[in-house]
Design a protein around this ligand. Structure first.
Ligand code: GRF
Length: 205
């Protein structure tokens, strides 16, 4: 079986991207990160990619008249690298029609809460402020909504009395790195099938 060609889109720190790169390089994941695209010029994720010899491309959102024009440029980059799966990893924009149509059920995202709770920005802080006893993270396929697509995997973490939004976020992040790699692996193995809102995982306990 060939290695799945993964393109990562990210806007910032890139620790989830790093987890995927590391898993791929170590042979734990039958995939290869072939390109990293960022909408932020100075994003740390670009530096991380370069350190691994992975093409790191900045596409300036503000240089185009519309999301569509911007996404056409991103799409050309992804196509040039023959990307089969797009992983959003801290990508701070809603994905539009151009990319969704080009990659149907082939764009994943990681969200730092148990969806459908606490969608949108600062999900860890939202959960902490709400006072939930458990939160976690979700890997899902991306649709036109914000954090609304079919759920692939989730992990639960406890919220402790003395947590701050930061300590909670750190506990969630550890699980993000684990389940994002696991979800990409399931995809690479051809074990994910989307049926409406539900994702069927073949041979899963
Ligand atoms: C993560 O918490 C992810 O769940 C959210 O954005 C953050 C990105 O972190 N979508 P990193 O850039 O992967 O370190």
């Amino acid at each position: 079986m060939g290695l799945l060609r993964v393109g990562v889109m990210a806007s910032g720190r890139g620790s989830n991207c790093q987890a995927i790169i590391d898993a791929a390089e170590s042979g734990r994941l039958p995939a290869r990160v072939v390109v990293v695209v960022s909408d932020k010029a100075g994003a740390q994720v670009l530096e991380r990619a370069r350190r691994h010899g992975i093409p790191a491309v900045f596409v300036d959102y503000t240089a185009y008249p519309s999301k569509e024009e911007y996404e056409k440029v991103v799409l050309a980059v992804l196509r040039r690298h023959e990307v089969e799966l797009v992983c959003l990893a801290g990508y701070m924009r809603l994905v539009g029609r151009v990319l969704l149509e080009a990659f149907p059920n082939r764009i994943m995202n990681i969200h730092p809460a148990l969806l459908p709770a606490f969608r949108g920005l600062h999900a860890q802080r939202q959960a902490w402020e709400y006072g939930v006893r458990f939160s976690g993270c979700t890997v899902h396929f991306v649709d036109e909504g914000m954090d609304t697509g079919p759920i692939i995997l989730q992990a639960v973490v406890p919220v402790f009395q003395h947590d701050t939004p930061e300590t909670l976020a750190a506990r969630i992040l550890e699980q993000e790195h684990r389940i994002y790699v696991e979800a990409v692996k399931l995809f690479a193995e051809g074990r994910l099938q989307v049926d409406g809102r539900r994702v069927w995982i073949k041979d899963h306990p």
